[in-house]
Design a protein around this ligand. Structure first.
Ligand SMILES: [Ca+2]
Ligand SMILES: [Ca+2]
Length: 210
């Protein structure tokens, strides 16, 4: 999935994503949501391998945005570029960046806005983001930026702008709204399945003999 086209060599610290033109390789990901995140070096930050432990990232810690890989690639006409920020502090030469590529998120909303990993984007995620308003630099709460010509157009999960502000608040409320709708749809489907089951079990038995 990684590639390095000539057009992005201008960026010295960048990762570039693309899909191979070979359909067989591309299809291995199916329709899954692909996310990419540089992971903090700080050992005190939540462990990505334990998503079941709800814990909101500290708004003051150096955490990194989540990128939606498919949308990055689409946005970059086939090449999605992530500029790698400088390390937040002095590190020894040869220190490695940590990256996480995930394929297990159920939806874009959960990938970008479910900060505590509890399977829903809700008011607690909104509150967590709001406590980070004003944070500049890397932040997991920097989920969006607005189009320079049309402030109503938000880029969510593909173009963080290095600040957590009201644009990110608008974005998290949009994500919460569509995640709520997703869960309501699931609930309605389950309810209607349950109803069908009840109806089918209530059919009056035919009498065997006239
Ligand atoms: Ca959540
Ligand atoms: Ca932002």
């Amino acid at each position: 999935m990684f590639d390095q086209p000539v057009s992005t060599w201008y960026f010295p610290n960048a990762l570039v994503f693309s899909f191979p033109s070979d359909e067989g390789t591309n299809n291995k990901f199916g329709e899954r949501i692909l996310t990419f995140q540089e992971y903090p070096l700080d050992a005190n930050t939540p462990d990505v391998n334990e998503p079941n432990v709800p814990s909101f990232p500290d708004p003051n810690s150096e955490t990194y945005p989540v990128y939606l890989v498919r949308e990055l690639i689409e946005d970059g006409n086939g090449f999605g570029t992530v500029l790698l920020p400088n390390f937040p502090r002095r590190v020894n030469p040869g220190t490695l960046h940590n990256f996480v590529l995930r394929t297990d998120n159920k939806s874009k909303e959960l990938a970008v806005g479910d900060f505590d990993g509890n399977g829903r984007v809700d008011v607690n995620d909104c509150n967590a983001l709001e406590t980070a308003i004003g944070h500049t630099g890397n932040s997991v709460y920097d989920i969006a930026s607005a189009d320079v010509n049309d402030p109503n157009l938000l880029y969510i999960g593909i173009r963080p702008d290095g600040i957590v502000d009201e644009t990110d608040v608008r974005a998290i409320y949009q994500l919460m709204e569509s995640d709520t709708k997703r869960r309501e749809d699931i609930y309605r489907r389950e309810e209607s399945d349950e109803l069908k089951l009840t109806e089918s079990s209530c059919h009056p038995c035919k009498s065997r003999d006239p």
